[in-house]
Write a protein of this length. Structure first.
Length: 283
DNA sequence: AGCCAGGTTTGTA
DNA sequence: TACAAACATGGC
């Protein structure tokens, strides 16, 4: 077992996991058990550190997964210099948020599930998907299930996906799985520049601009993407004095302004608006 | 109880 | 192009 120590100034485990970028994690001992495809780690804050415990063979994987080589200090400092008060405040409260390097395929399936859905329910659906079709494994003495392969999902009928709670998204998930099983190569999309990548993702049945942006950002790690969902729309209207209503135009407004910082600033703002704003009002 | 959630598809003008 | 209804489910 490997134990990775990392300075906690720009790595708050709770904020990084609960800011809505991933769905397969659960409270465990001093922190969380966090899963990615077929791997799992135990991650928590203690003293001045964020600590990641994982199997020896997975050390490099999780160092990359938690984006440990990136300079978050400079990202944070650019957010703090912003003329927009809400961005300064969001960055300060979400200073410990890091963008994870997630698996492209798992991210694509997961964010198709996320559309017009809430985070607790998204987590439940993905958990049932894994329990039913994933492989049972153990980390420490905790049982977990791997994220199902496209091949395993492609073998199910529509009713299976409806039964685990996907609702009208059942057919989106089934068709994507079948397409991948028949040779659709998601990983090859990585050759495309950001704009072309988004255009390609939107061609997938059940993927619109918002889901494409999330996959572009979280799976393909293009930080010049700025997903606009219902929460970001609220921030835009309330805190940026926005007048646009088309979400694609709102996204462009932000990427034009923030460039390669877009994805990071988007996470600060999203997390603040969805979670932290209410907490600070309550005191 | 009823609105809403990390929206997309389909249909219409 | 722009807008609106339909879509399943359950969180809160």
């Amino acid at each position: 077992m490997k134990k990775i120590f990392f300075d906690n100034t720009y790595f708050n485990v709770k904020d990084t996991l609960e800011c809505g970028q991933l769905f397969r994690f659960k409270p465990y001992k001093k922190g969380y058990l966090c899963c990615s495809v077929d791997k799992c780690c135990y991650v928590y804050n203690e003293d001045d550190f964020a600590i990641i415990e994982c199997e020896d063979a997975d050390k490099a994987y999780f160092e990359n997964y938690f984006d440990l080589s990136r300079d978050y200090k400079s990202i944070f400092e650019r957010a703090e210099k912003s003329e927009f008060e809400v961005l300064k405040k969001s960055a300060n409260q979400g200073k410990g948020v890091r963008l994870l390097n997630q698996d492209k395929t798992e991210t694509l399936f997961s964010f198709i599930v996320s559309q017009n859905n809430n985070i607790p329910r998204i987590k439940g659906i993905i958990e049932r998907l894994s329990e039913n079709l994933g492989e049972e494994k153990y980390f420490f003495d905790e049982k977990y299930y791997t994220f199902p392969t496209a091949s395993k999902m492609a073998a199910q009928n529509k009713e299976f996906f409806e039964k685990i709670g996907l609702g009208y998204r059942a057919e989106y998930i089934r068709r994507l799985a079948v397409d991948i099983e028949n040779g659709l190569d998601i990983l090859a999309f990585n050759e495309l520049p950001t704009e072309k990548l988004r255009e390609r993702l939107v061609k997938i049945y059940g993927v619109g601009p918002k889901v494409a942006d999330c996959v572009t950002l979280f799976g393909f790690r293009r930080s010049d993407a700025f997903p606009v969902d219902t929460w970001i729309e609220k921030v835009y209207l309330e805190n940026f004095n926005g007048t646009l209503t088309d979400r694609k135009k709102i996204s462009k407004y932000f990427t034009d302004m923030f460039g390669e910082d877009s994805g990071y600033f988007q996470q600060y703002l999203f997390y603040y608006k969805r979670t932290l704003e209410k907490e600070s009002v309550k005191g």
